[in-house]
Design a protein around this ligand. Sequence first.
Ligand code: HEM
Length: 492
Amino acid sequence: YMHTEIPEGLKRLPGPRPLPIIGNVLEVQNNPHLSLTAMSERYGSVYQIQIGMRPVVVLSGSETVRQALIKQGEDFAGRPDLYSFKYINDGKSLAFSTDKSGVWRARRKLAMSALRSFATLEGSTPEYSCALEEHVCKEGEYLVKQLTSVMDVSGSFDPFRHIVVSVANVICGMCFGRRYSHDDQELLGLVNMSDEFGKVVGSGNPADFIPFLRYLPNRTMKRFMDINDRFNTFVQKIVSEHYETYDKDNIRDITDSLIDHCEDRKLDENANVQVSDEKIVGIVNDLFGAGFDTISTALSWAVVYIVAYPEIQERLHQELKKKVGMNRTPRLSDKTNLPLLEAFILEIFRHSSFMPFTIPHCTVKDTSLNGYFIPKDTCVFINQWQVNHDPELWKEPSSFNPDRFLSADGTELNKLEGEKVLTFGMGKRRCIGEAIGRNEVYLFLAILLQRLRFQEKPGHPLDMTPEYGLTMKHKRCQLKASLRAWGQEDKF
Ligand code: HEM
């Protein structure tokens, strides 16, 4: 690219000078969200780095990101062919593969309709407004029981270890029609390895860009391949069982509905895009993977912030006590009456920015942005962390302050302020699980905050430094929790 012609009227992208072979790896390393944010202060909201020999365009600033992903969404809707992506879901991932636009679009539509049927539509009884609510209410109750029983036995617990099972059970319920016990070794082995997955897939992993690094002994990379194998084997087994018991008159879950789509399509000769059965049923892999790692990371951060800010925990509990009471489980319909809880969740998304970059994008044709030329097939990083900490956009961006999203009297959520937080990407590749993600985080938190009081374990101070990855995790920790009195006991 250094030598490519720049079309007339367009400018060459600014950026740091690359070293031979490794490019700018040394400047980007370790915490790319921080180093690439610092570079945006120097080079502006569109600039180019080189990772290995490969040019990467980095976008920051709310306006620039909006311009690229929404106004020029078509140009920026591709995914780059990165080395690690080939191992995800056998190279057939909806989110990470380089599917051409027709195939990707058809799969995305199918995934969205499957989620609608098994999350947002009705639950098994009229008692619940939708399947998601039913799953989360039940798993939330189990989680409270599980945490109190671990407290009785051990005196403290690792929040992520338990949250991830509850969250996995919700998505397992929708995808596979089943749940697992908190001691199930197969599920535990799988979901507790997600840290390594995120470390490899996070934007800027040098091995994705510099071929010889792949041949060096590398523990993280080996674990990454192990996880993908275990993950695929786990899902494959469940999918086979579904094929064996499939009944077109009784579609039980998302897996059945995808199998059903394959059967239907064989009758439809006019289908204009051909998508293989494997790529259709493989969608369930993406939904399951995306559905537990993101949400369990969000919830685990939320619990850690609750412990770090005990006065906010008390205010959140009081809000629940007043608006929901202590005699029933909170529901989705309570959300609009709980502005502080909504503000708290927005501030977790903003302050932690636990998904610091979206999944990497790629230009699908020659294009330009803010007057700079960007050729076809250029890898593009979207810096969500920068947008969420931009001093142009936020007052005191580094302080954790849920009140920034509330009206002055604290009674109302400021929706416009909330929309500035960038967590789910935007435009054509925007997360398809956003509504589920927001509702699930809200409902689990409401249940936990109503029933439990969380505290630090003495002698085990929290370390809130994030570990960089696709989803950034806090260090594993030990916390304490105690049951709050239910309504009945309150009266005595
Ligand atoms: C993509 C965030 C939950 C399914 C994404 C992207 C982000 C994101 C940032 C990439 C957008 C881009 O590349 O521009 C989150 C967060 C979640 C969450 C923060 C929870 C708090 C979920 C859930 C599901 C899901 C629950 C499904 C059940 C997907 C899929 C994609 C995606 C399939 C790929 C879309 C595509 O490439 O077209 N998500 N997500 N996500 N998400 Fe989520």
